[in-house]
Design a protein. Structure first.
Length: 275
């Protein structure tokens, strides 16, 4: 497992992303704070200079573990389940551009908010079928680019379906995706799971990405979430992916960044850590 921080060119002050600013500034700060991996939240991969980003990551000894994609749901209304087929098609094309950015690293492209929400009068079965159909297209593209799709399991207040790990397992198995895995988040698990460690173990090899934050979305160690249980369960299933910090930058960016890393490293044995 590798601890990854998060960055975005722009984000609201309370958004759960650690660094904001130019890619140069983000990567320089992350390296200085001790990180070797990063998840970038990118609104539109087609509008960035990918080669410049890749070079900046290399200059600061950082690996791109994942790409957060949710901004486009709020800025353009794109989702994989929109009743309008043209919007679903545009969302798939948008996600393909993210895969091109992720390709050199085999990074995870996250499907979180772009899952969409149930439209008024829309049946859950129709919603899930549209999601499955869209994910099938993304799964094929993921094979082409050598990346993984991370289907985020979100709590009932942020998602209308697939709120628990077991529901996510059943959905993936029913559809037989080859390059789509579950993306877990400690805040969502804290709300939805009865026994978090057991649920993670049931997920096993289907788990492909993990977001970490304390139960209040501050840095790990700030509140009462039991990270030891989660880390032990991930180790037990031989998870070797990223532990990406989706935290609010409180009380300030550098404090949240440094306390997160030191706290998590203190909980992890050498066998759990990889660089």
């Amino acid at each position: 497992m590798i601890i990854a921080t998060t960055g975005a060119l722009a984000a609201d002050p309370g958004d759960p992303i650690v660094y904001r600013g130019s890619y140069q500034d983000i990567c320089a700060q992350a390296e200085e704070d001790g990180y070797r991996a990063i998840e970038m939240h990118i609104e539109d991969s087609a509008q960035i200079d990918r080669r410049a980003l890749w070079q900046t990551l290399a200059d600061h000894n950082l690996r791109l573990t994942s790409i957060g994609t949710g901004a486009v749901f709020f800025s353009r209304g794109y989702s994989l389940t929109n009743p309008d087929a043209a919007i679903r098609k545009a969302c798939i094309a948008h996600m393909e551009a993210h895969m091109q950015t992720a390709q050199p690293y085999g990074a995870v492209v996250i499907v979180g908010c772009v899952q969409g929400r149930l439209a008024s009068g829309q049946a859950p079965e129709t919603f899930l079928q549209r999601m499955a159909d869209s994910l099938f297209h993304l799964d094929v593209l993921a094979e082409k680019y050598g990346v993984t799709i991370g289907l985020e399991i979100m709590n009932r207040f942020e998602s209308d379906v697939l709120n628990t790990i077991d529901e996510g397992i059943a959905f993936l198995k029913a559809n037989g995706f080859a390059h789509t895995k579950l993306h877990l988040d400690t805040v969502h698990m804290n709300i939805e799971e009865t026994r978090i460690g057991d649920a993670i173990r049931r997920g096993g090899a289907l788990i492909g990405h993990v977001h970490l934050a304390d139960n209040d979305r501050w840095y790990p160690g700030h509140a009462h979430y039991d990270f030891s249980e989660t880390l032990r369960a991930l180790y037990d299933i031989h998870y070797t992916g990223a532990l990406a910090l989706e935290i609010k930058p409180y009380p300030d960016v550098r404090t949240a960044s440094r306390l997160s890393l030191s706290y998590l490293q203190g909980l992890m044995t050498p066998a759990m850590l990889q660089v």
